[in-house]
Design a protein around this ligand. Sequence first.
Ligand code: HGY
Ligand code: MN
Ligand code: MN
Length: 416
Amino acid sequence: MQATESNLTINGQRLWDSLMELARLGATPKGGVNRLTLTDLDKQARDLLISWGEAAGLKTTIDQIGNIFMRREGADNSLPPVVAGSHIDTQPTGGKFDGCYGVLAALEVVRTLNDHGIRTRAPIEVASWTNEEGSRFVPVMMGSGVFCGAVDLERAYAATDTDSRTVEAELERIGYVGPEIPGHHPIGAYFEAHIEQGPILEDENKVIGVVPAVLGLTWYDCEVIGMEAHAGPTPMALRKDAMQVAARIMQQVVVIADRYQPHGRGTVGMVQVHPNSRNVIPGSVKFSIDLRHAEEQVLVQMHEEMLQCVEDERRKSGLEINIERVSYYPPCPFHVDCIQAVREAAKRFNYPTMDVISGAGHDAVYVARVAPTGMIFVPCKDGISHNELESAKPEDLTAGGNVLLHAVLERAGYES
Ligand code: HGY
Ligand code: MN
Ligand code: MN
């Protein structure tokens, strides 16, 4: 059947089946996925994705930071490709859909075009970016950051996990150091479909989120250095208790975020206590700080207040406190033409639609620096993500895939 543009839809069951099969790699007892970047499980997922791409007739290229591009030729291959994708690495207690949905929805677009023998004018590519999550290695969105020049390749290679393994060694070990120089890969336009990872679409009974922009983000590693001592005989006034000082700084992360609502965000997600023994006054506490906002000037203000808070605690406690910024990107608006393509595609199906600013970071933030970029959100259950309970409705995932299909076609053009 030669589909006309208006009634072309993806195969939602095939998309769902692929999501469930990929989710088996690193499946956790609570129904989530633990597949950290550059682990053996990540290699297995990369290998599976590439095998699916090859089965769909795609040609794979890999760059030096392990970003994967799977290409479907068009009628005019001198045109830059329209790329769709996301990431397949997960959080330690991640879900089945964060990132994987965007990559497999892009693959489903290709599979659908194959089913209907549709040849696009520009080539189409499916992209899977390395280490979007920034959980095992910082900075966050590492692969797309290196691709757009925001992150230096050598800095990325030197990043270490808590076992002192480097990105370079792990990428080598899993066999995903590709030949292509990151960024030497034209992109005509980029679309990323993603679960919203928040409650707005579900609360508002909408199916499609048109994403105008993404909150800016600033991440820090902070370490308070005190002195280990016995929890019993050491008088309170003589202690150099790293934990108490760290706890005051952690409280301020939330106070600063609350000061700049509605878009202010502040989170302490990682804490390492040394020696982490119940009857030893902690000698060192290392912790992460994640601050976000929709306006660059406010994010700068939050940054300055965070540094001032650390300075005040340094002076009051007399302890050594180190704070290092490890990730930063300003708020990111998407391209008006790509936003419009998403809006038009959603209108084609009469999907209930609304604009949603993304609180989460995505590879699209960095790709937007080198190509017109847009995002498509679909609801996730109770807005929960970065949690093994993460869940989404097949019909919503299908709707997002249909919007992705038509947004890609709008930018790639095709011969009917
Ligand atoms: O941190 C984020 O927003 C993304 O999940 N990496
Ligand atoms: Mn994601
Ligand atoms: Mn994520």
